[in-house]
Design a protein around this ligand. Sequence first.
Ligand SMILES: Cc1cc2nc3c(=O)[nH]c(=O)nc-3n(C[C@H](O)[C@H](O)[C@H](O)COP(=O)(O)OP(=O)(O)OC[C@H]3O[C@@H](n4cnc5c(N)ncnc54)[C@H](O)[C@@H]3O)c2cc1C
Ligand code: SF4
Length: 350
Amino acid sequence: MNRPVLVVGGGPAGLSAANALAMAGQRVVLVDKADRLGGAPILSGYAKLVPSGEWAKDAIGGMVRRVESNKLIDVRKNATVKTFTGSPGDFRAALSDGKTVEASAAVLCTGFTHFDSVNKPEWGFGTYPDVVTTTQVEQMLSSGKGVRCPSDGRVPERVAILLCVGSRDRQIGREWCSKICCTVSSNLAMEIRETLPKCNVYIYYMDIRTFGLYEDTYYWKSQEEFKVKYIKARIAEVTSDGKRLIVKGEDTLVKRPITIPFDMVVHAIGMDPNVDNMTLSAVFDVKLEKHGHIAKASTYSNMSATSHPGVFVAGAATGPETIDDSIAQGQSAAMAALTASQGAMKEAAE
Ligand SMILES: Cc1cc2nc3c(=O)[nH]c(=O)nc-3n(C[C@H](O)[C@H](O)[C@H](O)COP(=O)(O)OP(=O)(O)OC[C@H]3O[C@@H](n4cnc5c(N)ncnc54)[C@H](O)[C@@H]3O)c2cc1C
Ligand code: SF4
């Protein structure tokens, strides 16, 4: 029998890779540093997902249950990989829990780290309790308690969502677009309007990137059916007059300064490279691309390959990705790992 495939990270990409491998009869060891599987949608308590509208706990929770009940998948939570040596078909990984895994191939599905809004201090996060992030709004909605101002629990009458916080910002070294936050923000704005019909929601943007089919189902729908207002602006700062938050900047369409009061300001935070990537790069001997994501070795021939033969990558570990694309990449990496693992076994038998 060939050795199991080591999958590192049990978010949407890793769950999908592990399930695809097991469906093909391949044993898997799935290692995650967290105490729960599910990745960002579960660990950060996302609410209704783009584009399906399903609750994250149902959609991704279902993937977790499927993996945890599969006898071919050995799940190791609260664990990381300390060393990784050998060659394709014959790798050896030492885990932080003291166990050793012999593996035929590895798939890195270690995802991303949410941008920490304290790195954008002029926009009020960390100074004013009613300046929150999109993940906090997701948690308010998924907890069933609804969107409330953290300072005093009141229902907000006016909410501003600021896009591109920690993305497309060269001054703080984040040049990339995080791809999904425009659409996620439109989705959250509609959820706020649905649950609090008297609340006015404004989205402040540089550009709107509700890409592909999301243009009408999120951007236009949020305006036409839910009366969400979009303002093209450069935001300078978020302050307070003691009663309300004040968003200051310039409306870049009419080229006039704006000073507008709000009860709550939401940062649409971006997707940073996983803070562990330097360590993962050293342990698995894989190259990182210039921003610090795990580099793909090829774009077209084998999209899951890394610079290390036998080690593959999928999902937001490679850069900002959506859940559905991460799942597709997990399946693609599973196929690549299976092929590599069977190839190595065949070579050994000859
Ligand atoms: C606010 C917000 C809302 C979003 N909403 C949506 C949405 O509605 N729809 C959508 O398509 N996308 C959404 N996204 C994007 C979505 O979060 C990602 O597409 C998805 O989480 C990527 O899955 P992944 O498995 O690649 O990575 P992750 O979800 O980041 O999972 C990575 C896993 O690896 C583990 N891990 C990390 N490092 C290590 C290590 N060193 N050793 C072991 N384990 C490790 C982590 O614990 C985690 O379980 C949203 C993003 C944000 C920021
Ligand atoms: S998806 Fe939208 S909010 Fe996110 S970085 Fe790109 S343009 Fe900014």
